[in-house]
Design a protein around this ligand. Structure first.
Ligand code: NIG
Ligand code: FE
Length: 419
């Protein structure tokens, strides 16, 4: 077993137990100054005085935080939709581009026309860039299949991707993403419940179900039926909620004990109160607000101040958020959503891991956790949002191994040659 020591950090991020962190617990996040993170094999062994190690990284002058957990992405997909963005920058709305030639349907077509290998390579390149930006755990979603066989194919490609990557990958079935052009919403949901979900469960292809509840997609009734069927089959429910219109879906998700309600741009004060009083996480996706130039932002400050569980994700997808960097998402969360830096880092690590149900393994720097960490080129994580166009990542370690080192930080790394 090889050992890794990340030593002499200016600040090591230490979050209070248990996950999730909400309310007053944010105050208990500590910066351990001068500490080293000692790892044996794939896990963290101790934090404090440095030991000797096969691999040693000098983190002096740097902050060390847990690897980012991106709890909402639409990987795997194939191809971009920059032309739609140009149309949006010219005044077109996201809704007006939701047609058989564009939007989710366009990505569905691109997926259908690409080979498995093409989708895998495209997505693997993005996952590699995510790793270099510090993401060591992420969610995958289906949702561009829009038929039983294509949804299964997308989920199988996600599993293939997972097996090839060092990151921890947690899959979600978002078959209820758009109404297939040859069906109506009721018909597609019936097919998903009766035909798709049993096969997804049988092949263990997803840990969660997700649904796009929106005027242009599905209803809360559909979400209720999907969540019940999914739960029976061992999948926990999530929902895209109140992104474009306030349909009261934040409240709905809290009442129905969904794992998370994601987006929440239009959610009312009532929805905020319902989420704050529940264990349903509010997953905020500022990359999509930024891309769509949405005037209405989620009531993030109210969510945090009233004690909701807040998590962050990139929402990486070719339509509403072609963004893969969690440091950039943290900067957006601080600047557009008014999160404080420490809240944003917790939301991008501990709480995001809690949403994915892997908070006992990742999202925290503590003995027994996976040795996933990011060394930042700054003395404190509070500075991540200060220079949003500067890459703050000096080094990334994933499962106790070097995953990325910035060229100018190579000299900080010592690897013993004795085996
Ligand atoms: O989370 N709006 C629903 N799903 C994605 C967008 C997918 C797309 O446009 O391809 C989202 O924003
Ligand atoms: Fe999404």
């Amino acid at each position: 077993m090889t050992s890794l020591v990340v030593r002499d950090a200016a600040a090591v991020f230490s979050a209070p137990e248990p996950a999730p962190i909400r309310g007053a617990a944010f105050e208990d996040v500590e910066a351990l100054s001068g500490a080293s993170v000692n790892c044996d094999g794939r896990t963290i062994d101790s934090i404090g005085e440095p030991r000797t190690g096969d691999t040693v990284f000098d983190a002096s002058g740097c902050a060390v935080i847990p690897g980012f957990v991106d709890c909402h992405t639409h990987l795997p997909f194939f191809g971009w939709r920059a032309n739609e963005d140009v149309e949006r920058l010219g005044g077109a709305s996201y809704e007006s581009l939701h047609s058989s030639e564009r939007g989710i349907y366009r990505s569905s077509q691109l997926l259908r026309d690409a080979s498995d290998q093409d989708v895998l390579s495209f997505s693997e390149t993005l996952a590699g860039a995510m790793l270099a930006a510090g993401t060591t755990t992420f969610e995958t979603k289906s949702g561009y299949g829009l038929s039983v066989e294509e949804e299964l194919r997308q989920l199988r490609i996600a599993r293939w991707l997972k097996r090839r990557l060092p990151q921890l990958v947690i899959p979600t079935c978002l078959a209820a993403h758009a109404v297939p052009t040859d069906k109506d919403a009721d018909g597609w949901i019936a097919e998903v419940l009766d035909q798709l979900l049993p096969r997804v469960a049988g092949e263990e292809l997803a840990s969660f179900t997700d649904i796009y509840v929106e005027e242009i997609a599905f209803t809360q009734q559909h979400a209720t039926r999907l969540s019940e069927r999914g739960r029976d089959l061992g999948m926990r429910p999530r929902v895209h909620a109140d992104q474009l219109v306030d349909g009261g879906t934040g409240t709905f998700a809290a009442q129905r004990r969904f794992v998370s309600a994601d987006h929440l741009n239009q959610t009312s004060a009532e929805g905020v109160a319902a989420l704050a009083g529940s264990d349903t996480a509010a997953v905020l996706l500022p990359g999509s607000s930024f891309t769509l130039r949405q005037e209405r932002k989620p009531a993030a400050r109210d969510l945090i101040d009233s004690g909701a569980i807040v998590a962050l994700g990139t929402d990486l997808n070719p339509g509403t958020s072609p963004i893969l960097s969690m440091p950039f998402v943290i900067a957006l969360a601080c600047r557009l959503y008014e999160l404080r830096p420490v809240e944003a880092v917790v939301a991008a690590t501990v709480n995001s891991a809690w949403v994915l149900g892997v908070h006992d393994q990742v999202g925290r720097l503590a003995p027994g956790y996976r040795a996933d960490m990011v060394v930042l080129q700054m003395r404190h994580w509070d500075e991540i949002s200060y220079r949003p166009d500067a890459d703050p990542v000096l080094a990334v370690f994933c499962r106790g191994e070097v995953a990325h080192i910035a060229p100018h930080a190579q000299s900080r790394l010592r690897t013993s040659t004795a085996q």
